[in-house]
Design a protein around this ligand. Structure first.
Ligand SMILES: C[S@@+](CC[C@H](N)C(=O)[O-])C[C@H]1O[C@@H](n2cnc3c(N)ncnc32)[C@H](O)[C@@H]1O
Length: 205
């Protein structure tokens, strides 16, 4: 495939990126690991023994971080459209979260238990058309919130990738209505030019 100027620029930025190098060095599957590590260093959401659902998990770096932090007493259930290579202590489901089947499979693996934490880094393939990318991204965030509200125990936490734009304020209001507090995070590993942010809902009401 012929490389365009933009894809060459992307590749250059990617290869020279500090977090890409660091991920390779520390054995993480992607630079995204550092977003979760930074949020956790500040907000302490990952603890031994927790049951965690990881939505949009591929290639698996958040699941790697979570699996290390919750340890053998914890449980990690991860889902993505794409396959991931197996990880210790992680149950992986391949599926489309927009379909009901995915949510049913996650519930099956929760085995009647509620989750302590739901994390979603889901993002659609970007088309470059901002308005439609933002709408599709926020639709995934909204679906993740609905799932979290059903499957979190009282006091449970929810971390979700969201995109600034049209639906952001109403989504933030919905988060605030359902969690004791909602924090907005933009970790250093999240590229400046990306309008992604992470919302952290603490304490499911
Ligand atoms: C930014 S990546 C996640 C990176 C991941 N947190 C990690 O640390 O490796 C976003 C993921 O969302 C997944 N995704 C997008 N739409 C989805 C859907 N409808 N159902 C499940 N996963 C989806 C994509 O396949 C992609 O792997």
């Amino acid at each position: 495939m012929k490389r365009t100027k933009t894809s060459k620029a992307w590749m250059h930025e990617h290869v020279s990126d500090f977090f890409v190098k660091q991920a390779r060095k520390e054995g993480y599957r992607s630079r995204a690991a550092f977003k979760l590590l930074e949020i956790d260093a500040r907000d302490h959401i990952l603890k031994p023994g927790l049951t965690v659902v990881d939505l949009g998990a591929a290639p698996g770096s958040w699941s790697q971080v979570v699996s290390q932090k919750v340890g053998n007493a914890g449980k990690v259930i991860a889902l993505d459209l794409l396959e991931i290579a197996p990880l210790p202590n992680v149950i992986f489901i391949r599926g489309d979260f927009r379909e009901e089947q995915a949510s049913l499979e996650l519930q099956f693996h929760l085995g009647g238990q509620k989750a302590n934490l739901v994390i979603s880094d889901m993002a659609p393939n970007m088309s470059g058309i901002t308005i439609s990318d933002q709408a599709r991204s926020m639709y995934l965030a909204e679906l993740a919130l609905v799932f979290a509200l059903e499957q979190l125990n009282s006091g449970g936490n929810f971390l979700v990738k969201a995109f600034q734009g049209r639906d952001f304020d109403s989504f933030l209001r919905e988060m605030r209505a359902n969690f004791q507090s909602v924090l907005i995070r933009k970790p250093k590993a999240s590229r400046d030019r990306s309008n992604e942010l992470y919302l952290l809902g603490l304490g499911r009401k």
